[in-house]
Each structure stands twice: as C-alpha cells, then as structure tokens.
Design a protein around this ligand. Structure first.
Ligand code: AMP
Ligand code: GLY
Length: 423
C-alpha cells in the first residue's frame, strides 16, 4: 500500500520510520517532510495547510492511507477534507480536534464529565479577566484558548505578572486570535507525565508513558520550548496512576467526546500532572507528542499500519498493543539561541553512524539537504534517541550518541532524564 504522512518534524520522521517497518507498505510519501525523512520517504513540496493540494496529491497517487502528524492541519479540518474526497485518513475531524484546538472547550468538557483537572475560569474580556485576578491566589496560570506553538501558557507568580499576561494575550494579541479567549487556571504542582493513546471513536488503547523536558535550559530553567528531550517509560507512572486514569480519565474522555457528537479517532495525548490529590489533566493534544513519539514508537512492537487501520475502522478492541520491555531516551540537539533566535544552514556531520540501526536514531526535526549535505534548518535540529535495557542505560547510550553528531552552535540540555535518579 501507499502511505502519505503530513508534517515535517521529528514526530513525522519517527512515524515514517515506523511505517517503513510495516510489511504492508510499498511506498511512503511525506508532505513537506525534511532531509531525514527524505532518506526513507519521497518528500513532496506541499505545505501541511495546503489542504486542496494534499487531497489532489493523494487522489493522483492513489494513496491508501494518509496520516496527519501535526496539530494545525487537524484543528483546521484537514481530515474532513480528505473524507469528503473519499480518502482514507488517520486523525480526528475538526469537530474532535477541538480537544486540542480550544482550551476553553477541553476544560468545559472535563468539568461537565467530572474528569480531574485544575479549577478554572474562562474570560472573553480583558477587563473581566483583570478584575478576577485582583482577588486570585498566586501563582496562577493563564492560557490562550487556541493554538500558540506551545507557548500560550503563562505561569504568573504575582498579580502584576498576571495583569501583564492578560495584556500580552488579549490586547497585544501575541498569539493572534488564539488569545481572544483565555483560561485562568489554578496552579498545580507535581510530576508531569505524557500518555499517548490510540482511539477509534469508542475504544482507547494506551501506549507506554513518557516524560518531556519543556524548558530550554538545565534544571528546567529558561523559556518553554517544543520539548528538549524525553524518556520512556516514566518510572512515576505507577500501576496505581494507571488504574486511576483508566477509571477516571482515558475512557471517560473518549466517551465524553462521543456523547458530545464529536467522535474522536486518532491519537489523544494526555498531559497529566501527578498532584498530591491524584493525577489531573493539564492538557489534551490531538496528535502524537514531539519528542514523546521519538521514545514511544521505537518501543512499540505492533505493525503501526494495523493500529492506524483499526482506529479508522473502529476495531481497536481487536488490537493487542505491545511495547518492548526496555527504555528509550531522546536528547534534542538544538541550535544555540533556540527558541528565540538562531542561525540556519549550518552543516551537520556524523549522521552516517546511525544508518540502519534499530537501537540508535537521529530523528530529524529541522534539517534540509543543500548540495547533497545535511544542514540545520530550524531551532530543534535532531532528536538523538537511544534504547537500552533500562532508563539509565538508555540515557547513557543517548548522550554517547549525541557526541557522534557535530554542527556549529550545537546546543542540548545535559540533564535529560535526571528525574530517573529520583525515582
Ligand atoms: P500546556 O501547554 O497546557 O501543557 O502547558 C504547558 C506547561 O505549563 C505544562 O507542561 C506545565 O508545565 C505548565 N502548566 C500548565 N498548566 C499548569 C497548571 N495548572 N499548573 C502548573 N503548571 C501548569
Ligand atoms: N512535547 C509536547 C508536545 O508535543 O506538545
């Protein structure tokens, strides 16, 4: 069969790699892809938001299954466009992708169906938000309702910071219309865990857990980023946490969406915080996490095409989802200055060492080919991922592999997986 993957980051690279392992697949296309993906798939120069062109391409090439990796096209309704054209596609429709696309929607859903989450208020007017903040407890959390490249969440320690935050989001419109509505949320403390799942509209299958490192610098300092590294499984995701979430969070979310007439098919990413009162949902995403996917999918035993098909067909209950009894760690190699300002076009060396390995991976995030050479083309450049028999070994392997790769201004966190030692 022929598969099209939509997206251009490390997530789409690991999806393409996993798809390439399926015996059912003869040909993989990726739009627009990146230099790493072009080694295993044919990249086509169509942007992820060019729905008409994507649909026309899928028709012309008789694509059997399209997999949407990114949030923007999902929230924008790309799946509806594929379905209208009679094409088979993996991902939630627009009316379900709202689970990620609107924080106000997801908070209201959790409240209505008693899914544990932080208490909150929603505001459409900066005056009312500011009035509320006069008498709030601090710290407090402000969230832009819509998509904001993972940067629409402000943790405010004082009233002054919060009022400034309201100005940034609602008046200065730092994230455009995403800040027209904001959610003001109770500040929670605890460990964070990312749990990805496959959903077929009715059934849900949980993948192995992972933990992200969102801040740019060691010790969780610096600005929020798309993610600087991950490990899987999370030792803090205990059997007790799993049992609690199976009872109160996972199926409850799928059922809630179905009851609302918003049947969800695709990947639900549960961002959980393990608080002293039990696990609570920080956020939902409607797609694989990045770089979470880079440590989760290499550990997955199933043929991923079988799982994608089961989600589309509503037969996920027939799938026995299995993961290897090992661990994986991903260390992101970024360009110095990320997430603010950084140089592009710097030559990358050492990537040949990863070729053909199923233990060490260099998943490309921001790269391109220039005169036959790999060069940097983004803030997050590569996700260096390694497996190991346990987390400590996987971490050692991943950091060892970061030394194989060189480019000017190479930057990484040196404490990815530090939490492992505290488990
Ligand atoms: P989100 O995009 O909602 O996952 O938020 C990004 C990050 O902000 C999360 O990974 C948390 O570290 C932090 N965060 C979000 N909501 C809260 C909250 N209610 N309390 C404390 N931290 C939060
Ligand atoms: N790594 C977090 C995300 O994909 O949103």
């Amino acid at each position: 069969m022929k598969v099209l993957i939509v997206g251009s980051g490390g997530r789409e690279h690991v999806i393409a790699w996993k798809v390439s392992k399926s015996s059912k697949v003869d040909k993989i296309y990726c739009a627009p892809g990146n230099a790493g993906i072009s080694q295993i798939a044919e990249c086509v120069n169509i942007g992820a938001m060019e729905f008409d062109k994507l649909v026309a391409f899928a028709k012309e090439k008789e694509i059997d299954l399209t997999i949407i990796g990114m949030d923007d096209p999902l929230v924008g309704g790309v799946v509806d466009e594929f379905e209208k054209a009679g094409l088979r596609v993996f991902g939630p429709r627009k009316n379900a992708a709202i689970l990620e696309g609107s924080k106000a929607f997801s908070k209201d859903l959790m409240k209505k169906y008693n899914i544990p989450t932080a208490s909150y208020e929603t505001f459409n007017s900066p005056e009312e938000a500011s009035k509320y903040l006069e008498t709030s407890k601090y710290p407090i959390v402000l969230k832009a309702d819509g998509l904001a490249l993972g940067k629409g969440v402000l943790i405010c320690n004082t009233k002054e910071e919060a009022l400034e935050g309201v100005k940034e989001l609602m008046l200065d419109k730092k994230f455009g219309s995403s800040g027209d509505t904001i959610v003001v949320e109770e500040f929670m403390t605890g460990r964070e865990v990312s749990v990805l799942s496959f959903v077929d509209g009715k059934n849900i299958k949980i993948m192995t857990s992972a933990q992200d490192h969102k801040r740019a610098m060691d010790g969780d300092k610096g600005l929020n980023t798309g993610g600087m590294g991950t490990f899987s499984p999370s030792p803090f995701y205990t059997a007790e946490v799993d049992e609690f979430c199976k009872k109160y969070v996972y199926q409850a979310t799928v059922d809630a969406m179905a009851k609302e007439g918003r049947e969800f098919k695709g990947v639900i990413f549960f961002g959980l915080m393990l608080t002293s009162e039990g696990p609570k949902v920080l956020e939902y995403n409607a797609r694989f996490g990045d770089p979470e996917a880079q440590v989760v999918l290499p550990r997955m035993k199933n043929d991923i095409i079988d799982v994608f098909n089961a989600c589309v067909d509503g037969t996920l209950d027939k799938i026995d989802l299995q993961f290897e009894d090992n661990a994986a760690v991903c260390v992101v190699l970024a360009s110095e200055g990320y997430p603010v300002k950084y140089e592009k076009g710097l030559e990358i060396s050492g990537l040949d060492k990863f070729e053909g390995s199923d233990e060490y991976f260099a998943f490309h995030a921001g790269t391109k080919l220039q005169d036959g050479k790999f060069v940097t083309n983004g803030g997050r450049v590569l996700g260096i991922t390694a497996k190991g028999k346990d987390l400590v070994t996987a971490r050692k392997n991943a950091y060892e592999a970061t030394k194989w790769v060189e480019f000017d201004n190479k930057y990484m966190r040196n404490d990815i997986g530090k939490a492992i030692d505290e488990a």
